[in-house]
Write a protein that binds this ligand. Structure first.
Ligand SMILES: *Cc1c(COP(=O)(O)O)cnc(C)c1O
Length: 355
């Protein structure tokens, strides 16, 4: 048995994989695969509609917001956002590699005010002390820093349009969507496979910049065409639908949050108890999705050995990102608690052998 802690693409619910596999062979008795039909068919239109309504229902998306499913990844949004929304100046929180990539793109379009950064401490905490300026077109934040394992677990109040990259913690907890002007992310961390990007945008923020925007990069055109300005990523959308159906079946986001918090507590408690390991993120910034830890100085030389040991016990994807080192266990929605328990057991056993 494999315990899949991959950071993204990552583990998906088994039932979602099974139903998607069926749709690849034949979609609902129509004699053709999901991969073979036009996106203009009533069959695909129904899939798209159901996916959108699952988003609306699970997240409680209010009126006035549009949902788009596009290609290009969260990375394309790093430039599409300022293209469509940055007239003069925007504020950004610099909380990790992804946030700084977003900052880099915004600078092509206007002035960027980085109002807080945790860079000098290698992004080990989520900044709290900052003032949001009122003279900016928007504030951009990254709610979960996938690489460093820090997370902003609350919906902040912002006097300006708040835009959030939620690639790696979307649907992990209930969110007050009304506090955001826009929420976006790549699906491949928590809601589906690679290939589809979700965008939830409050329509009234669009159409305010004076620069011309190429057709395919203008959100308004995608809204007008209902995510069908060009061929949408049909299959990733179907897998996303199946993933969200599973999420609904287990009780939705309130229930999911409880499960995720319990999984994270199980692992963090062991990291704090075990004499060999130490967590890298400051405690009040700890992510419930990506859990980063390294070995204590004294045991640093055993890193490779633990990796091999964990692998032999079925752990997959626990190598830390090169900018943090050590280990990272991603505990996304679909990861069962049993897998976290298996990793904890592994850490306990290793301590018995070595400490
Ligand atoms: C993975 C990730 C991205 C990049 O997503 P792509 O879909 O590969 O462009 C951006 N932001 C965050 C927070 C991520 O975790």
């Amino acid at each position: 048995m494999k315990h899949n802690f991959n950071a993204g693409p990552c583990i998906l619910p088994k039932i979602a994989l099974e139903n998607s596999a069926k749709a690849v062979l034949e979609l609902d008795n129509i004699g053709m695969s999901i991969l073979e039909i036009s996106h203009r068919t009533k069959e695909f239109e129904a899939i798209l509609e159901e996916t959108k309504s699952l988003w609306r229902e699970l997240l409680g998306i209010p009126e006035g917001y549009q949902i788009l499913f596009l290609g290009g990844g969260a990375s394309l949004q790093f430039c599409m956002i300022p293209f469509n929304l940055l007239e003069k100046k925007a504020a950004y929180l610099d909380t990790g590699v992804w946030a700084s990539k977003a900052i880099k793109e915004a600078k092509f379009f206007g002035e960027v005010n980085v109002i807080a950064s945790s860079k000098e401490k290698n992004y080990t905490f989520y900044p709290k002390d900052y003032t949001i300026p009122k003279d900016v077109d928007y504030l951009h934040i990254t709610t979960n820093n996938t690489i460093y394992g820090t997370e902003l677990k609350v919906d902040i109040n912002s006097p300006v349009n708040l835009i959030a990259d939620m690639s790696s913690d979307i649907m992990s907890r209930p969110v007050d969507v009304s506090k955001y002007a826009m929420i976006y992310g790549g699906a491949q961390k928590n809601v589906g496979p690679a290939g589809v990007t979700f965008i939830i945008v409050r329509e009234d923020i669009l159409g305010k910049v004076t620069r011309p925007i190429p057709t395919i990069l203008d959100y308004r055109n995608h809204i007008k065409e209902g995510s069908m300005l060009n061929t949408p990523p049909c299959f990733p959308i179907l897998v996303m639908k199946e993933t969200l159906k599973w999420l609904k079946s287990i009780g939705g986001l309130g229930e999911m949050q409880k499960i995720n918090e319990a999984k994270a507590k199980l692992l963090y408690d062991e990291i704090d108890r075990n004499s060999i390991f130490v967590g890298t993120a400051e405690k009040d910034s700890r992510s419930i999705m990506n859990i980063c830890f390294i070995m204590n100085e004294k045991y640093k030389h055993l890193e490779e050995e633990f990796m091999t040991f964990a692998k032999s016990k079925g752990m997959v994807g626990i190598k830390g990102h090169r900018s943090v080192g050590g280990f990272r266990a991603s505990t996304y929605n679909a990861l069962p608690k049993e897998s976290v328990q298996a990793l904890v057991d592994c850490m306990k056993e290793f301590e018995k052998m070595k400490a």
